[in-house]
Design a protein around this ligand. Structure first.
Ligand code: GLU
Length: 474
């Protein structure tokens, strides 16, 4: 095994690479890079007749904009280095997709599978209590969201805990995003990160020059895709790409191995199988391979690591045979691997852009909570009645015997339908993914010193963070 820098060092190396191409005032570079603060808490919860002690973190990387934003992760491997790396990525991610937030991240060292729902609630409420009383969860200061190991359920408990401690805060539900709909959530948040991966790829495929850099041609239709990790992000990305864009998911790698099918896996069935059995083994729609790591190295057009950081590293980078990597996870490619892959001509769509769909829709949810109104509530029916006016006029005209045309089947219904919350969320997300990609590719193609999308992404986002510091007089 070759030694690699830690996750945080890896993020710093990539940051430094980009910053070397910029002309920042002395000291500003360091101010942006460092993590402002990390709060560590050890708290006890009485469970199964004894006190269990848990360790949790909340890092605030940059407060150039507030609130700061970033998920809370539940996993046994959580540590300060990881949480700080993830918080830094949140800063750059939010700047890149222009959500008005600084970067933060939280984590709790826990294996959520070891505890039942009631116990998880007690633990989550206690952790939330510790963070709320220090303004590390607050609608105006720090707004967490789901991450690995957490979801709507945990967010609902956190909101409720915040409400109990801030009974008169009218904006209480904006203290966290990724909540269930009935607790102030927004349509399309659960699918958002996977949906964002799909929109990112669709945008990449709109540019011949960009595809050429990855030795790809044509459309997404028929492209062979390998997905690592069929959790929330990987599942939605694989589902949308296969069902809507015609991609063939030729392999899915999970904890217990991989399942391979050159004709494409049926993602919906595979997900059901994983939920039922806990793994991919025994899935009838593909061939089971125990050595998942080997499948990561199989030939394909697009590789989507959607699980953990550091899965493509100094040990396997040289064996990776894809043309394009889309970083659906945070930090799946180490700094060392990134260099090897770049030299091999593999194009990487970087994490801070590829998985930004989650925080983008979190932003919409936060705005919805602060405005106390569902998107589309005011205009939907008005939009429909204006559409109806046009349709009625068209129908009247088509009755004229001198004109021989009629509206095609289904057009009327489709045209009439005003946009509801889900349609608006998807449209806002698509717009964000397109605009952010365009900002990145502009640098990628026009700055002769930049030869990869990650450096381009850093240049765009660091430039924005720096501008924000400058306007504060720093
Ligand atoms: N945990 C997600 C991420 O890494 C979402 C963060 C958020 O919505 O605040 O981007």
């Amino acid at each position: 095994m070759k030694t690699e820098p830690s996750f945080r060092e890896s993020v710093d190396i990539m940051f430094n690479r980009a910053v070397a191409l910029m002309d920042l005032s002395p000291g500003l570079e360091q101010k942006i890079r460092v993590c402002n603060s990390t709060y560590t808490v050890r708290f006890g919860v009485r469970l199964r007749g004894k006190i269990e002690t848990f360790t949790g973190y909340r890092s605030v990387h940059s407060e150039h904009m507030e609130p700061v934003k970033g998920g809370i992760r539940y996993a046994t491997g959580v540590n300060q280095d990881e949480v700080e790396a993830l918080a830094a990525l949140m800063t750059y991610k939010c700047a890149l997709v222009q959500t008005p937030f600084g970067g933060s991240k939280g984590g709790l060292c826990i294996d959520p599978r070891e505890w039942n729902a009631h116990e998880m609630e007690q633990i989550t409420r206690r952790f939330a209590y510790e963070l709320i009383k220090r303004d590390l969860i607050s609608p105006s200061q720090n707004v967490p969201a789901p991450d690995m190991g957490t979801g709507e359920r945990e967010m609902a408990w956190i909101t409720d805990q915040y409400r109990r401690m801030n009974t008169t805060d009218i904006n209480a539900s904006a203290c966290v995003t990724g909540k269930p709909i009935n607790a102030g959530g927004i349509q399309g948040r659960v699918e958002a990160t996977g949906r964002g991966v799909q929109y990112a790829l669709e945008e990449f495929f709109r540019y011949e020059e960009d595809k050429a850099k990855a030795n790809l041609t044509g459309t997404l239709d028929g492209k062979r895709v390998i997905v690592q990790g069929l959790g929330n992000v990987g599942y939605h990305a694989a589902k949308f790409l296969s069902e809507e864009d015609g991609c063939k998911i030729t392999a899915v790698i999970e904890r217990d191995g991989a399942v391979v099918n050159p004709d494409g896996l049926a993602i919906e069935f595979l997900k059901e199988h994983i939920i039922l059995t806990g793994g991919v083994k025994g899935f009838a729609g593909g061939e089971y391979v125990e050595d998942g790591a080997a499948v990561l190295e199989q030939e394909c057009d697009i590789l989507i690591p959607a699980a953990m950081e550091g899965v493509i590293n100094l040990n396997n980078a040289k064996n990776i045979k894809t043309k394009l990597i889309v970083e659906a996870a945070n930090g799946p490619v180490t700094a060392g691997a990134d260099e090897i892959l770049r030299k091999k001509g593999i194009v990487i769509i970087p994490d801070m852009y590829a998985n930004a769909g989650g925080v983008t829709v979190s932003y919409f949810e936060w705005v919805k909570n602060l405005s106390h109104i569902r998107f589309g509530r005011m205009q939907r029916r008005q939009e429909e009645s204006r559409h109806r006016l046009i349709l009625e006029e068209l129908e009247r005209l088509s009755q004229d015997p001198a004109i021989s045309w009629e509206l095609s089947d289904g057009f009327k219904q489709k045209y009439l339908k005003g946009a509801g919350e889900l349609e608006l969320v998807r449209s806002g997300l698509d717009d964000t993914m397109r605009a952010s990609y365009q900002a990145m590719r502009e640098v990628w193609h026009n700055n002769p010193k930049v030869d990869d999308l990650r450096t381009a992404a850093y240049l765009v986002s660091i430039g924005r963070v720096a501008a924000s510091y400058r306007s504060k007089g720093l």
